[in-house]
Design a protein around this ligand. Structure first.
Ligand SMILES: Nc1nc2c(c(=O)[nH]1)N[C@H]1C(S)=C(S)[C@@H](COP(=O)(O)O)O[C@H]1N2
Ligand SMILES: [Mo]
Length: 327
């Protein structure tokens, strides 16, 4: 099936006009356009959803306290992004293709939550998230996040190393990849019936990548449980790769010896490959990856190879130079 979709983050962000901006501009113009003092101020407002400009307020789900000691080994070298920007400017296509999904995402029911572990493991089984959390030690890590659309944020996540899940899952010796799947429930997720997207959202990693010390499962941010729009109750973070490599709200973990084809790879493999490691020198076919915009500011900063995490990850890719490692 040949699908050609040009929406949302397939459009270079610099040329996209998020719906929220259009709505915001309209309501501001209605109220007397003097509020837009300068192009800069207008741009900063792009980061906020329509409800912040007087649209219907969003009643967000309550979040539980989820505090854990910060791991000082991972220094972001950047200011933490204001929480409001990280929770109101999101990619979560199951709830809609705009960045303003905070409203619809509140319909996500996160309790009870079970993760199915299957494929090449000692014994396939389901595990409740509370059960899982009893078997790990939570820590806080401040990671940089780089979206393939050339925006970035810096977030104090709470969670545990993906390596812990590998230990709990007991993969067979022949397993070469681990694959994560997001919930796909069209009763809760209005985005699912919106387009021809290959849900459930899926992405995968090699076993070596999954075992890397940076690979992280997050169950919280800013000292509280994750909000739905950020992937509650549990999401994958691979900070040296583009953000799409980290499925949100995962319900299934599959071990396999076949390289998986991810959600975005299935849609457009020339633009979103299996490896998708961050590299400023390898442009996306339709835009540059040399720089990134920091959410919550108008600042553009240079992008770093491996998103700046080379000391932890570059060695894993020795001998793989023939692979399309960066796009
Ligand atoms: N299930 C699911 N997971 C997803 C996405 C998505 O649309 N659906 N978007 C990905 C992309 S492109 C990015 S950049 C991050 C965004 O995470 P954030 O909204 O917490 O910033 O989630 C990733 N995980
Ligand atoms: Mo992304």
């Amino acid at each position: 099936m040949q699908i050609r979709i040009r929406r949302g983050w397939e459009i270079p962000e610099s040329r996209a006009t998020p719906e929220a901006v259009v709505t915001a501009r309209r309501s501001l113009l209605g109220a007397g356009a003097g509020l837009i003092a300068s192009a800069g101020a207008a741009q900063a407002q792009w980061l906020k959803p329509a409800w912040l400009f007087g649209g219907a307020p969003v009643k967000e789900q309550p979040r539980q306290p989820r505090e854990a000691p910060r791991n000082a080994r991972y220094q972001p070298g950047r200011d933490v992004t204001p929480e409001i920007n990280t929770t109101t400017y999101n990619n979560y296509y199951e709830f809609g293709t705009s960045k303003n999904v905070v409203g619809p995402a509140q319909a996500l029911v996160v309790e009870p939550w079970t993760i199915r572990i299957e494929g090449m493991v000692a014994s396939p089984r389901s595990i409740g998230i509370d059960d899982l959390l009893k078997q790990v030690t939570l820590e806080e890590r401040v990671y940089r996040h780089r979206c393939v659309e050339a925006w970035a944020m810096t977030v104090p996540w709470v969670g545990f190393p993906l390596a812990d899940l590998l230990r709990i899952a007991e993969p067979q010796a022949g397993a070469k990849y681990v694959v994560f799947q997001t919930l796909a429930d069209d009763k809760m997720m209005p985005g699912i019936s919106e387009g021809f997207y290959p849900y459930p959202y899926t992405d995968g990693l090699t076993m070596a990548e999954a075992a890397n010390e940076l690979a992280f499962l997050s169950v919280g941010m800013f000292g509280k449980s994750l909000p739905p729009q950020n992937g509650a109750p549990i999401r994958v973070l691979m900070p040296w790769k583009y953000g799409f490599k980290g499925p949100k709200s995962i319900v299934k973990v599959i071990f396999t010896d076949k390289r998986p084809i991810s959600f975005w790879e299935a849609l457009q493999d020339t633009e979103y490959g299996f490896w998708a490691n961050v590299n400023p020198a390898v442009p996306h076919p339709r835009w540059s990856q040399a720089r990134e915009r920091l959410l919550g500011t108008d600042e553009m900063v240079p992008t770093q190879i491996w998103n700046g995490y080379g000391e932890f990850v570059a060695d894993m890719y020795k001998g793989l130079e023939k692979e399309r490692l960066f796009a």
